[in-house]
Design a protein around this ligand. Structure first.
Ligand code: FES
Length: 576
């Protein structure tokens, strides 16, 4: 918006005669059948993230129609355009590997097209952060809406949710508690509708933190994908986009330190996905803010988990929707929030909360004084095994493992894990600590959700449900377990994780936030001297892979590309 030009006059390629460029542009766009009247209106772009591979975005065409209706009712001209679509199961090697590519695609399309504002339609895990990262960098007025969560499935009278129950039931199948016929039947029932995973995975978490941040219309995070209200939310988002175009309400005016602090509170209070801290760090980095993980951890001491949703609790997103959605949570968090933070409504977060329908008795969001878990869901660990930090979802693990010391059983890579974890001869006991290397941002590459290391089959069959597991990988927000993630620096860069050997003692102390490799400094120094960086793979030297490996930052910097971040000016959160 720096040029001050609007609509079709914006971003013209000019070779000395701007009027000729406009004439050419209009000649071509008229081939779409648009009238002069339409082309003189504010132009509102809509990201089309539909893909035949992405069931989480199956309703995007329907939502685009509704956004268009809203834009046109408000006097604008709506035009959709494609971006990359990322689904968790269809983004090899990992969706995280492609998140930054989607953000660059989004940024450059927003910048390259003559848009006065843009409606970002995301949903599946990486799409929301990618869209917001791109929009923050392009800094054109933007409003985000999500496709909405799936409704729950059922099997033999039991409610099922993707993908907490995918993992739980697969673990039962591994332990031979379920047979082939049952698991095949369950496969067809875990994801019964369009929309995103309906537990507190990354998609639900990112939707809720986006609403708390003010980049989404109030109430937008939780409406199930299949409901008529989801379509009306799309229409309202389109109408509001016309207004933010006129007000020039850019992401930089909304995604402030105060807004990120509100988002972090929401993340902690919902027992949200560990992935969200990486995404929020990357989004903040685009706007010159640097995440202080220790301050985030201190924030967690004052922010309890209030939402009783799987995998931390028992309910699902449609239950949270019926309980009032994000507003019910924000109301409980009010004393901790920056209520003056601006939002896409043009009002502050506090004004939005006050304008919402009144509260009513419900079972999903607990009162602040009677939480599900007395601290925030995510804890930040430090120690000689993770000098740059590591995290654990303390609200979704067996509490008996919060203080634990055990013998390391090491897997050198994802292939090594796949080859040996179920070997009956594997020397492993229930009180051991499973360690996975080479699964970080550069090592895997793309930091896959491999941190949920399966319980070795011979232990699973004896009824072992949780073990301490440590890696430089990520984990799906839908997973449960004593799983230490994002160990920084990663092993492929020679971080201390690279030096762990079978039989070493490792101590985890979640209340004290410590993660220690109980090996002497002299021994570690000797091991470091012998350590060699993993050799380059054939595919590492060309294309996007080369760009990724040369530029991706570590988890504590959001795994963004170093050349996409803005110079750091502010540290967040400011007042934990
Ligand atoms: Fe898309 Fe879970 S696979 S949200």
């Amino acid at each position: 918006m720096a040029s001050g030009k609007r609509g079709m006059r914006k971003g013209l390629t000019a070779y000395g005669d701007r009027e000729f460029s406009l004439f050419l542009r209009k000649a071509f766009i008229k081939a779409m059948g648009y009238s002069d009247d339409a082309l003189e209106r504010p132009i509102i772009g809509i990201t089309n993230t539909y893909s035949g591979f992405n069931a989480c975005h199956r309703n995007v065409p329907e939502l685009i129609e509704a956004v268009k209706r809203g834009v046109m009712l408000a006097g604008g001209m709506a035009v959709d355009f494609p971006t990359i679509s990322l689904h968790e199961s269809f983004a090899y090697p990992t969706s995280m590997y492609l998140r930054n590519l989607m953000s660059v695609d989004t940024e450059e399309m927003i910048r390259g097209l003559p848009l006065d504002a843009v409606v970002l339609i995301g949903g599946c895990d990486k799409t929301v952060p990618a869209l917001l990262m791109g929009a923050a960098s392009a800094n054109v007025p933007a409003i985000l809406m999500v496709t909405g969560p799936m409704i729950t499935g059922d099997y033999h009278g039991e409610r099922l949710g993707a993908c907490t129950d995918c993992r739980r039931l697969w673990a039962k199948f591994r332990a031979k508690e379920l047979g082939e016929r049952e698991i095949n039947e369950i496969e067809g029932r875990l994801a019964p509708s369009a929309g995103t995973c309906m537990v507190m995975g990354t998609a639900s978490t990112m939707a809720l933190v986006t609403e708390a941040m003010g980049m989404m219309l109030p109430g937008g995070a939780c409406i199930p994908a299949v409901m008529a209200e989801r379509i009306r939310n799309a229409e309202a988002s389109g109408a509001r986009a016309v207004a933010i175009a006129a007000e020039r309400l850019t992401p930089a005016r909304i995604m402030t330190p105060a807004a990120f602090e509100n988002a972090l509170r929401m993340l902690l209070a919902v027992g949200g996905s560990t992935n969200a801290i990486v995404h929020l760090t990357a989004m903040a980095g685009r706007l010159g803010m640097r995440m202080d993980l220790d301050a985030f951890d201190r924030m967690g001491h004052r922010t309890p988990v209030l939402v009783d949703l799987k995998p931390t609790g028992q309910h699902y997103m449609e239950d949270l929707y019926k309980a009032g959605g994000a507003t019910t949570i924000l109301r409980e968090l009010k004393p901790l929030l920056n209520l003056g933070a601006p939002t896409v409504t043009g009002k502050t977060l506090g004004e939005n909360i006050d304008a919402a329908p009144p509260s009513f008795p419900q079972q999903v969001v607990r009162p602040f004084g009677k939480p599900v878990f007395r601290e925030g869901g995510i804890a930040v660990l430090r120690g000689n095994l993770a000098p740059g930090g590591a995290i654990i979802k303390q609200s979704a693990m067996d509490p008996k493992l919060a203080h634990h010391e055990g013998r390391a059983v090491v897997f050198e890579s994802l292939d090594d894990l796949a080859n040996r974890v179920d070997d009956p001869k594997l020397d492993v006991r229930a009180d051991d600590v499973l360690v996975l290397k080479s699964a970080g941002p550069k090592g895997a590459p793309g930091m896959p959700e491999a941190g949920y290391i399966p319980i070795p089959r011979k232990l699973a069959r004896k009824g072992v449900k949780d073990m301490v597991r440590i890696s430089d990988a990520r984990m799906s927000g839908t997973a449960f377990g004593a799983i230490v993630l994002h160990v920084t620096p990663e092993s492929a860069l020679g971080g201390p994780l690279a030096l762990v050997k079978n039989g070493d003692r490792i101590r985890l102390d979640v209340p004290s936030r410590r993660l220690e490799l109980r090996v002497s400094a002299a021994e570690l120094k000797a091991r470091r001297k012998k350590w060699k960086a993993p050799p380059l793979r054939a595919e590492d030297s060309r294309g996007y892979r080369k760009l990724f490996l040369g530029s991706v930052t570590q988890a504590d910097r959001g795994c963004d590309f170093d050349f996409l971040t803005a110079p750091s000016r502010t540290v967040i959160p400011r007042k934990p």
